[in-house]
Ligand binder design. Structure first.
Ligand SMILES: NC(=O)C1=CN([C@@H]2O[C@H](COP(=O)(O)OP(=O)(O)OC[C@H]3O[C@@H](n4cnc5c(N)ncnc54)[C@H](OP(=O)(O)O)[C@@H]3O)[C@@H](O)[C@H]2O)C=CC1
Ligand SMILES: Nc1nc(=O)c2c([nH]1)NC[C@@H]1CN(c3ccc(C(=O)N[C@@H](CCC(=O)O)C(=O)O)cc3)C=[N+]21
Length: 282
């Protein structure tokens, strides 16, 4: 089965649209997301545009602030401070990666944790670690929602996550652990990756290498969640998994595009609404 992330994301967006209508009737202002983009990385521009479209679709406010790559760290920190203090702003997202002269750590720490719709602030990271209520990173959250939508129960299942980044690998591993899966996190220093991946009931690939995982990495009837967004030899968008090579072997797989990506965007909308409620009572 091919998991149609785009369609599932659209259904959730329609539900969010209804929530937004209720907000319109009961509050004096609407949820607002601010996205800061520094530099002109074409992929980042696409994602940011998708985020703006998502906001328009469900009816929340969005503002994209663009700066060229010479924008300084100090200027960025000052801008974040102003947004932190702006009562009309519910969500702040600084698009990653940042230019080398700006410290990612300083920037992520500067965002008010209750407006941190990416869930990257240490406060939210700690809450996720402890299993307490927090703003959860969008891509990992989207993957868990997808599994829920296809009625897949992680309890007692073997999950292998390949990739250990703070934005995907580590948080998705924690979320699967919370759902009682047995979780392995693999990375570039892992020995015998094929063997480890081959025992996964659920394989999550987040390494950023086009078509790296072929059928030899995948157990029959596994679920494959492909997070990678890459360009293949023909400059076509593709995942970390060789989709054509594995699709007949798996129980279910997310395609690229149209799999995890649209869910990420939708979870960002959901987090913005969640942040709005948390800050306004409700
Ligand atoms: N669909 C979506 O919504 C999103 C997609 N992405 C995409 O997901 C991919 C991963 O993103 P992100 O987590 O930020 O990536 P990072 O580059 O931060 O991390 C990559 C991870 O993969 C590991 N890795 C790299 N090569 C190998 C290998 N050959 N074998 C095993 N492990 C390897 C690295 O190991 P080590 O730690 O040892 O270096 C690292 O942990 C990218 O393609 C990105 O574009 C990202 C976010 C959202
Ligand atoms: N602060 C921050 N938060 C992020 O969440 C964040 C980030 N920085 N930096 C980059 C990664 C990557 N990411 C994606 C979002 C949407 C799609 C997406 O919409 N993908 C579509 C199509 C993409 C296309 O057409 O290029 C799809 O897969 O169908 C992909 C990737 C969010 N990230």
């Amino acid at each position: 089965m091919i998991i149609n992330g785009k369609e599932i994301a659209l259904k959730i967006k329609d539900q969010l649209k209804n929530d937004v209508e209720t907000i319109r009737e009961n509050y004096s202002r609407m949820p607002k997301l601010v996205v800061i983009l520094i530099g002109d990385n074409p992929a980042s521009l696409t994602y940011v545009r998708n985020k703006e479209r998502g906001c328009d679709y469900i009816g929340i406010e969005s503002e994209i602030i663009k700066h060229d790559s010479s924008f300084s760290e100090r200027q960025l920190l000052e801008e974040i401070e102003i947004l932190n203090n702006d009562e009309t702003v519910d969500g702040i997202l600084v698009q990653l990666p940042l230019p080398k002269h700006i410290s990612e750590e300083k920037v992520l720490n500067a965002i008010a944790f209750d407006k941190d719709v990416d869930g990257f602030h240490p406060h939210n990271v700690a809450n996720l670690f402890l299993g307490q209520n927090s703003l959860v990173p969008c891509t990992p959250k989207g993957m868990l929602v997808l599994l829920e939508k296809i009625n897949y129960d992680l309890d007692g299942k073997e999950v292998v996550v390949v990739g250990r980044s703070n934005i995907v690998g580590k948080p998705v591993a924690l979320l699967c652990l919370q759902k009682n899966a047995t979780v392995t996190i693999a990375h570039s220093k892992t020995k015998d990756l094929k063997k480890i991946c081959s025992r996964a009931d659920v394989l999550i690939t987040a390494i950023g290498k086009p078509k790296f995982f072929n059928h030899e990495y995948i157990k029959d009837d596994a679920i494959v969640l492909d997070v990678g967004i890459n360009r293949d030899e023909n400059n076509k968008l593709c995942g970390d998994v060789d989709f054509e090579d594995v699709k007949d072997k798996v129980k279910a797989i997310t395609p690229v595009p149209g799999g995890i990506g649209p869910m990420t965007i939708t979870m960002l909308m959901q987090n913005t609404i969640e942040a709005f409620y948390k800050r306004n009572g409700g």
